[in-house]
Each structure stands twice: as structure tokens, then as C-alpha cells.
Design a protein around this ligand. Structure first.
Ligand code: F6P
Length: 465
């Protein structure tokens, strides 16, 4: 199967270079292994001139980096994708800003990408990723591309009243029905999407299929995974001298004591401020019991909401360190910096507790990576938000599930995790690890692609709804 993968962001394809988010980390091993062409943004802008696709080989696959048009980029990326859709998809309406101009830039950028990938129309299927590219399938159709096209959403899908706040939501949602297959992380996301179709278009989803004038769109849950073997390789591989130095100097801080780890893009959906407050409450009842290593590389730093969130998180961390720190002990070590997957693997392994407490998250692969990096004989414990997609995979007998809005629950869970007996830690970890190994990122990709292959079905006209 010759696949074209399309997403806004593309992985760096270098184990020593930092990853930026779950999508890139997830797709990198898939593309390297299956001979796909991966088209995305070069992160440089251009003047909008349309050029033939340039393919660079990577593993058995290829990457093609597009210079997206400069004139529309702020409206497409900072505007509609990350100031309108992102907060709406994470059910945070107070964070949303809306602009018709941004919507127009978003549509025009999708059109530019569609015309660029037209060159790859001889390949078998198009697999589009994430909210930046919701209308791409419809735009490919308009260009006359008849190949099966699927879409996978890495973020959550919210209840209809959130989508209703998005400008032109009816047009946008209609365009998603041009895909043959829509993949979601969880049942909750899929049910929310179906609820919108029912409310606004009177369309029912029957046996996971929505029927429209053009044919059928299949909806299915594909909970994204990781490559646990690659994670084991990361633990065994040598780090670059610079990374080795960064990791060793961090770990020195925790010699002979316990520490919890949080790794998140510095994003208001990640609940880092509430986590820091939870940690504060824990240290009030159990002084000096455990430290926190919070790694939070800046993300989307030109969006105002993100600048303010960074300031809020940093001042909360400073307050906790001032209240509980001593000359010889700092409660929270904070790194506003990116680390390679190989460096993170070592930090995860050394940490006694993994704290993954987003307010809402599509899946959150850090949860799975933390588990995969543990020592089977002495594993750490995962504290996990009920509102991360990963909580549909890991139950309360495996992870310690918390409401990320309640710092006192986070405090209690970190305390429980740090005192948990070895036998219970091993039982919980084994069960999560079995799940990670039984549905890896490669199973996820193979499952999606085979479903996409089956999804192109035409129905007789009298069965239209
Ligand atoms: O995994 C979710 C996601 O939003 C991806 O869509 C995105 O590429 C990543 O996080 C990081 O965000 P950005 O690409 O804006 O840096």
C-alpha cells in the first residue's frame, strides 16, 4: 500500500533532536518503516509559489516539506488552528478567539497543501492528520482526487456546544464528511462528533457509518500507541555528549531521594499550574518527601495565551520553591527546554512517579512512554488525568486516575504513588505494559490503513439520508 501522510508538523528524523508533540513522535517510526510519503510544513514560509513536491528519503519512506504561504500563515496556524480550534477541541471556551479572516487563511492554506499533494495522486491512499487540516479531504475531492482519504484526529473532539462556537462550523463539519474514514482516539470523541451530526444535519451514525449524498464516512476509534521496542533501544543507545551532560546534571539533583516527572509542551491544556499547586499541597502535609522535575518546552510562543500561561506556571513554581525550598533542597526543578526521546527515556526511568495531568488530551503519549521506560523489577507509578485519552486505555487498577482540576487529588495520588509497595507497583505496571505491547504504533497504523482501504463504499441512491 503506497501511502501519503499529510500533517502540519513533521518529525525531525534524528533521535538526538527534540520532538515537538505527540503527532510527530507517533508518526516518525510509522513513516520510516512503511515507505510512506509524509508531506507537511517546512516551518519556513514562502511566497505562495506552487512547486512540484520534492521528496527526501528517510528510512524506507520520504518526507516532503512545504513552505506554506507567508501571507496566510499567521491566520492559519496561530489564528484559526491554535487560537480558535485548539481551545474549542479541548473544551476551554474562555481561551478561544475567533476571526473570519483567520478562517479564510486556514481554508486557503488547506487549498495550497491540497494542490501540492495533487502530485502524489498516483499513490493508493491519503491519510490526513489533525485539526490543522480538517477541510483537506474536501479540497482534494474538489481537485478531482478520487482515492480513499482518511483523517485521524490526535486531539479530543468536544461536545456540540463547543463546536458551535467555531466560525463557519457548519461548512467545516460538512467538509469532514468528504473523508472516507474518520479516526478518533476515544469513544467519547467519536460519540461527541456523532452528536454534532445528529443535532445539526439530522444524520445518524449506524454501526459506525454515516451515509450522505457522496457515499459513506466510517467513524472508528484507533487509540494511538508507541513503539515500546524503540523505547527500549533509546534506553540502550548512547546519548550525544551534550544530551548526556544535560541528563546527568539533572539526575544529580535527585540522588538518594525520590522525584516525580512531568513532561509537557508549555500549553494551558496540560494543567501544569494545577499540578504545581497539587505538589505544593503535598509538601505542606509531607515536607521534603519528593521533588518534581517539570520539563516544559515552550510551544506556540507567538500566541498570547501561551505567553501568559508560561508566566503563570513559572511564578507558581517560584512560589512553591520559596515556600518549601532550603539551601540544600529545591522542590521543583523546571526546564523550559526540549529533550530528545533518548534523553527523556532515561529521565522517565529514573523517576519514581510519572505525573500526566492534562485538563484534556487526545491520548497523551508521555503516559505510555513513561510506562515503557520503567524497570520491570522496580517500576514507577503513573498518575493520570481522567480526561486524557490514555485513561480509556489504563484503568484505576493500573494508573492512579485523578481529576486534573483538583490539586488535592493530584497531591493525594503523588503521595500514594511514592509510598506504593513494590508488589503493587509491579502488578499495575505489568498490566499497562501488556496493553502497550499488544497495540503498538505499528498496529495502530496498520489497523487504520486497512480500515481505510475497506472504507471506500458506494451506496445505492435510494439509501441516501
Ligand atoms: O499531538 C497534538 C499536537 O497538537 C499536534 O497536532 C501538534 O503537531 C503537536 O501537538 C505540537 O503542536 P505544534 O505543532 O503546534 O508545535
Amino acid at each position: 500500500m503506497k501511502l501519503v501522510v499529510i500533517s502540519n508538523r513533521i518529525a525531525p528524523f534524528d533521535p538526538n533532536k527534540p520532538q515537538t508533540g505527540g503527532l510527530a513522535a507517533a508518526l516518525e517510526p510509522v513513516v520510516e518503516r512503511c515507505g510512506a510519503v509524509w508531506v507537511g510544513s517546512s516551518e519556513e514560509c514562502g511566497d505562495g509559489t506552487e512547486r512540484p513536491l520534492r521528496l527526501e528519503p528517510t528510512g524506507t519512506g520520504y518526507v516532503s516539506r512545504l513552505d506554506l504561504p507567508a501571507a496566510d500563515h499567521p491566520g492559519y496556524y496561530r489564528g484559526f488552528s491554535n487560537s480558535t480550534l485548539w481551545p474549542a477541541l479541548h473544551s476551554l471556551p474562555d481561551r478561544m478567539s475567533v476571526s473570519e479572516d483567520d478562517y479564510d487563511s486556514y481554508q486557503r492554506t488547506n487549498g495550497f497543501i491540497a494542490r501540492a499533494v495533487f502530485d502524489a495522486r498516483d499513490r493508493d491512499v491519503f491519510w490526513v492528520h489533525d485539526y490543522h487540516l480538517l477541510p483537506l479531504g474536501a479540497q482534494l475531492n474538489e481537485l478531482g482526487i478520487e482515492r480513499p482519504a482518511g483523517f485521524f484526529l490526535h486531539t479530543p473532539w468536544p461536545a456540540p456546544d463547543m463546536v458551535e462556537r467555531v466560525p463557519n462550523h457548519l461548512e467545516l463539519m460538512k467538509s469532514t464528511l468528504k473523508y472516507d474514514l474518520l479516526g478518533f482516539q476515544t469513544n467519547r470523541d467519536m460519540n461527541n462528533y456523532s452528536a454534532y451530526l445528529r443535532t445539526h444535519f439530522g444524520l445518524e451514525t449506524r454501526d459506525g457509518i454515516v451515509t450522505t449524498e457522496r457515499g459513506q464516512t466510517r467513524l472508528k476509534k484507533f487509540p494511538i500507541g508507541i513503539d515500546p521496542r524503540q523505547f527500549a533501544d533509546y534506553l540502550a543507545a548512547d546519548l550525544s555528549p551534550a544530551e548526556q551532560k544535560k541528563v546527568s546534571s539533572l539526575l544529580q539533583n535527585f540522588e538518594g531521594s525520590k522525584f516525580a516527572i512531568g513532561v509537557d509542551r508549555l500549553d494551558y491544556t496540560k494543567g501544569i499550574d494545577k499540578r504545581v499547586e497539587g505538589f505544593n499541597q503535598l509538601l505542606r502535609t509531607e515536607p521534603h518527601s519528593i521533588s518534581l522535575l517539570q520539563i516544559a518546552p515552550s510551544s506556540r510562543a507567538d500566541v498570547e495565551q501561551y505567553q501568559k500561561y508560561k508566566e503563570d506556571v513559572e511564578s507558581a513554581i517560584n512560589r512553591v520553591n520559596a515556600e518549601h525550598g532550603t539551601d540544600r533542597w529545591r522542590p521543583i526543578h523546571y526546564k523550559n527546554d526540549s529533550f530528545s526521546q533518548a534523553a527523556l527515556a532515561r529521565l522517565y526511568r529514573a523517576a519514581h512517579v510519572g505525573v500526566v495531568t492534562p485538563l484534556r488530551d487526545g491520548m497523551n503519549l508521555v503516559a505510555k512512554e513513561y510506562v515503557a521506560a520503567q524497570d520491570p523489577k522496580d517500576p514507577g507509578v503513573l498518575v493520570l488525568s481522567k480526561f486524557a485519552g490514555a485513561a480509556e486505555d489504563f484503568n484505576e487498577n493500573e494508573a492512579l486516575l485523578v481529576d486534573p482540576n483538583h490539586p488535592e487529588e493530584i497531591a493525594a495520588a503523588i503521595s500514594k504513588a511514592s509510598h506504593m509497595p513494590l508488589e503493587e507497583r509491579v502488578t499495575r505496571w505489568r498490566s499497562m505494559m501488556d496493553k502497550i505491547e499488544s497495540y503498538t504504533i505499528h498496529d495502530w497504523a496498520a489497523d487504520y490503513v486497512s480500515e481505510l482501504d475497506k472504507s471506500r463504499v458506494t451506496v445505492p441512491a435510494d439509501q441516501f439520508h
